[in-house]
Design a protein around this ligand. Structure first.
Ligand SMILES: NC(=O)c1ccc[n+]([C@@H]2O[C@H](COP(=O)([O-])OP(=O)(O)OC[C@H]3O[C@@H](n4cnc5c(N)ncnc54)[C@H](OP(=O)(O)O)[C@@H]3O)[C@@H](O)[C@H]2O)c1
Length: 285
């Protein structure tokens, strides 16, 4: 039975079913993606936001997306489905720090009930490895290596960092962890360019489809570099509010656009469950 109801579906590329029947039923429709037109992976983003655009309450222990979504089952199912659809998931270091030490960016971690459906889809339809690669971006290399993402057999994690970050991680023992790879990239003022990350993912790690799971700082840089092809946005029916003394981030932080060149998206689909909306957008060409 579907976890959410489709209200609008403008994706006309459903000539052949893409999802296996069990997932199509739960999603209330099909889901397929275009091939990236450029020499880089196709980039899909997934966020949950309040009605007033907040993606994190910035309160310790309650900073993550599940506080915003209220652990909504359909949001969690879609997150798992998107993870199941890609070669790699990318996150910024702060999103990792603010998650539970047990967190894994694999499909069934977010929606265990569909574990077998996700696995069948990856293995038999997409012919992808058991789990997507996790890509963590950290300039400083200050990451807690006891986290499950660095210690779980079968879960591969790549850290994209600076040369100082690589030294920090090497000192902490990261090179001894069998499932962890470090890549030091060139930086400008400690910041790695999204284009360099995407090039490495495409050319050296075979990533054709990438899921961006934030946070807003890393996502803002990808948005500014024109490297976001699709956005899945869950709208949660609550208002977080802001004061001048609190920094509750929106989807994009650290960059701003002028009206004439603000990135624009086209609505592809709208789904609903109770008071939540699940929006899918594609970058307008
Ligand atoms: N509602 C949602 O859907 C959603 C989704 C994702 C995240 N969140 C929330 O958003 C909050 C985190 O967001 P955020 O924007 O503060 O953090 P973020 O983007 O997750 O992480 C920022 C950190 O990532 C590293 N980084 C980012 N861009 C880099 C670059 N170009 N080069 C090198 N390093 C780079 C830096 O790490 P170092 O400091 O190690 O150098 C930086 O401090 C968390 O509370 C999280 O739970 C919400």
């Amino acid at each position: 039975m579907a976890l959410q109801r489709t209200l609008i579906d403008r994706d006309h590329d459903h000539s052949e079913p893409a999802l296996p029947p069990g997932l199509r039923d739960l999603y209330d429709g099909d889901l397929s993606f275009r091939i990236s037109p450029a020499e880089r992976p196709f980039v899909i983003a997934n966020f949950v936001s309040t009605l007033d655009g907040v993606v994190s309450y910035e309160i310790e222990g309650q900073a993550g997306g599940s506080t915003i979504s209220g652990s909504d089952p359909a949001d969690r199912f879609i997150m798992g489905l998107l993870r199941a659809s890609v070669d790699a998931v990318i996150v910024g270091a702060r999103t990792v720090h603010d998650s539970s030490p047990q967190s894994l960016w694999i499909p069934e971690y977010t929606y265990p009930d569909a574990k077998h459906l996700y696995a069948e889809y990856r293995a038999n339809v997409l012919h992808k490895s058991e789990y997507p690669l996790l890509v963590v971006v950290s300039g400083s290399g200050k990451l807690e290596l006891e986290r499950a993402i660095f210690q779980t057999p079968g879960v591969r994690t790549v850290v994209m960092t600076t040369s100082a970050g690589r030294d920090e991680l090497t000192r902490a023992g990261a090179t001894k962890l069998p499932t962890v790879q470090l890549h030091a990239l060139d930086t400008s003022a400690g910041t790695i360019a999204p284009s360099a990350i995407l090039r490495l993912l495409c050319e050296e790690l075979g990533v054709a489809r990438l899921l961006h799971e934030g946070g807003p700082t890393l996502f803002g840089q990808f948005m500014a570099s024109g490297a976001v092809d699709e956005l899945f946005l869950t709208l949660s029916p609550q208002i977080a509010g802001r004061t001048s003394g609190t920094m509750r981030p929106a989807l994009v932080q650290g960059v701003e656009f002028m009206p004439a060149c603000a990135p624009c998206f086209q609505l592809v689909s709208v789904k609903e469950s109770a008071d939540h909306l699940y929006l899918r957008y594609q970058r307008a060409d």
